[in-house]
Design a protein around this ligand. Structure first.
Ligand code: COI
Length: 330
């Protein structure tokens, strides 16, 4: 039995080896290459593939895998928005993801960035670089005085809600499914009410047609002046042009963006600033009250270990039993 693993990062290697030692019956072959039309050929003869990439999985790569008889594909991450669901279904793919690899990794990072915005750390670092050690006028705000609006209380949003509450913030939330674990911690409200009341808004939703650009000119107009926006979910949830205008007018007091609509052009690679063809990014990144990070909220040792080992086990389940508890239902 053979599983082929695409897009392997150095941090993942020890966990792949660990899993391999625990499953001597399986041959695990790896490549650093992402899955694309060309590299699809590398896995020929394997029973399944394990993949991880932010870039879209090209349709022709899926076709090539299917032509080679490989339709068992396991993602090492949670998001499935970079796969052509219709085509994958037509080609008979069974796809698994790792829905819960470490909610704390992402939740803790979003709270970190909210604190960084409140304490204005980027502004102080920038001043320091110019030899300016003055306090004023960058006075901070305290988390325990904030009203935090959590949009989406799945695993990550719920973990974040508990951490924000631990800091003494009032936490309100909007979610299609209410999480009983948050009773007494969070007050559920309608989305409009959340926009109206929150001093910090943090997003924890997937990118689907209904959430595309859900944060836009209209929703900004409902928010408090100076609201802080945290996005560790998916870039396209936010209309970036509307955000730029809202930052210009002061409607938004600061933003922490770990994800961007056009992030695959720039994140997780070495790139010369002059080569970046992404005006919205260029406008956002230079601002003292905007914190941009390259999709790293998930990136912890605990998360990587779980992503690797859980996805390999899910792929093995697909191969040996024809199903998995991590099967994605498109
Ligand atoms: C996910 O698990 O979907 C993430 O957002 C991690 C990412 C680097 C693909």
């Amino acid at each position: 039995m053979k599983i082929y693993v695409y897009g392997v990062y150095s941090d993942e290697v020890p966990y792949i080896k660990e899993w391999q030692n625990e499953h001597p019956e399986v041959t695990v072959a790896t490549t650093t290459e992402l899955l694309n039309e060309k590299s699809a050929e590398l896995s020929k003869g394997s029973n399944g593939v394990v993949v991880f990439q932010q870039k879209p999985y090209p349709d022709d790569a899926l076709r090539q895998l299917a032509a080679n008889g490989i339709t068992k594909m396991s993602l090492r991450n949670v998001g499935v928005d970079n796969i052509n669901h219709k085509l994958a279904t037509e080609l008979g793919f069974q796809i698994t993801n790792v829905p819960v690899y470490s909610p704390a990794a992402i939740a803790e990072f979003s709270v970190t960035q909210a604190l960084n915005l409140l304490r204005r750390t980027k502004e102080f670092y920038l001043k320091l670089g110019k030899g300016d050690y003055n306090w004023a006028p960058h006075i901070a705000k305290e988390m325990n005085k904030q009203i935090v609006g959590i949009v989406g209380t799945g695993n990550i949003g719920s973990t974040a809600a508990k951490i924000f509450a631990g800091f003494g913030a009032k936490v309100i939330a909007y979610s299609r499914h209410k999480n009983p674990e948050l009773d007494g911690i969070v007050e559920y409200v309608e989305l409009k009410e959340l926009y109206k009341q929150s001093t910090i808004i943090s997003l924890y939703l997937p990118h689907v047609p209904a959430t595309d650009k859900m944060i836009n000119r209209k929703t900004f107009s409902m928010m408090k002046d100076g609201v802080l926006l945290i996005n560790t979910a998916r870039g396209p949830l936010v209309d970036e042009d509307a955000l730029i205008d809202a930052l210009d007018t002061g409607k938004v007091g600061g933003a922490a963006l770990d994800v961007l609509t056009g992030e695959t052009k720039i994140f997780n690679q070495q790139i010369n600033e002059n080569e970046i063809d992404y005006p919205e990014f260029k406008s956002l990144v230079k601002r003292p009250n905007v914190l941009i990070t390259p999709h790293i909220a998930f990136y912890t040792d605990q998360a990587i270990k779980n992503m690797v080992k859980m996805s390999l086990s899910a792929n093995l389940d697909l191969i040996t039993t024809g199903t998995s508890d991590k099967l994605v239902k498109f």
